[in-house]
Design a protein around this ligand. Sequence first.
Ligand SMILES: Cc1ncc(C[n+]2csc(CCOP(=O)(O)OP(=O)(O)O)c2C)c(N)n1
Ligand SMILES: [Mg+2]
Length: 353
Amino acid sequence: MHTIKKIFFLIFATYFEITMKEFSKEVYLKWYEEMTMWRRFEDKCRSLYLKQKIRGFLHLYNGQEAIPAGFTHAMDLSKDSMITAYRCHIHPMAMGVDPKRIMAELCGKATGTSQGMGGSMHIFSKEHRFYGGHGIVGGQIPLGAGIAFGDKYFDRKAVNICFMGDGAVRQGALHETFNMAMNWKLPVVFVCENNGYAMGTSVKRTANHEDIYKLGLGYEMPCLPVDAMDPEKVAEAAYEAIERARRGDGPTFIEARTYRYRGHSMSDAEPYRSKDEVAQYKLEDPIEIVKQRIFDNNWATQEELDALEEKSRAFVEECVEFMEESPYPDANLLYDYVYSTPDYPFINKLENN
Ligand SMILES: Cc1ncc(C[n+]2csc(CCOP(=O)(O)OP(=O)(O)O)c2C)c(N)n1
Ligand SMILES: [Mg+2]
């Protein structure tokens, strides 16, 4: 952005007080209700998986809730977008996608976000600009930059938030993307959700240092770590990065330090960590942090919070009812979504042999 344009923006921003929404009582109560609902939703998925109503893979998000809570507080949900990996049930809910449709998708029902044909790793909503749900580790990193390229090209003044895991940052595609994103000053915020592990491999064992955010330094990309157990800290870091991208100054790389309470997926005996370690992180549970701040400010009583939690519980039950009452997709539809090329050379070659 030209210097004059920048100065004009700063004067405009100061005059009209364009700053992030404040961390009010309403925001904290909303966070409490949402985060307890997200936690219950994931716990319910676990039990539906054990009943074989959810098949295939299932990656739960327990412990990481402060990240979507903080980011959506700082985003402009009327135009900004998100993309992430396969641990993807909660981000779209934070963006406004109906959790009932996500529950239906997880169980392969026709009312699901992808008509039941994507499943747990492929939640998607064009309407809410949530662009997946990607199973290839790191595959979404260049895609996020591509979305930002489109936003810049069409001058939409929108920002893409591109989430990835601590395992994904070891993919070569991250480096190609960081280079291009900085070169073209793309409006994207890269966020590594560092939950300590890539399946059973700890960050400690992955590289010679644990400061993932420093990967931005080689590209002179603004980069920083943030305590991602606290949604307020996440929102502050997110807002600064989003506004930098929006005014044309390019990407930021945020290392959101978090922890996952459940296993990598449903089939994980967790031999790589101790129960003590998990218990230690539960002392800084993001939901408890929100609860404590509500109490510290006398914004609600225990009974009022219990009532919000009950609302969350009842809503998750409604999601399950919606899913149970929904039909499976028509079997014939399967053929509509299989990509096939009649003259695909390799299959012919196999058949000829
Ligand atoms: C290219 C590729 N390699 C390997 C895998 C297998 N795999 C699935 S998840 C995963 C770990 C990724 O961990 P991380 O990026 O930290 O995300 P988290 O599961 O912690 O959210 C691996 C190696 C894959 N899906 N894609
Ligand atoms: Mg991880």
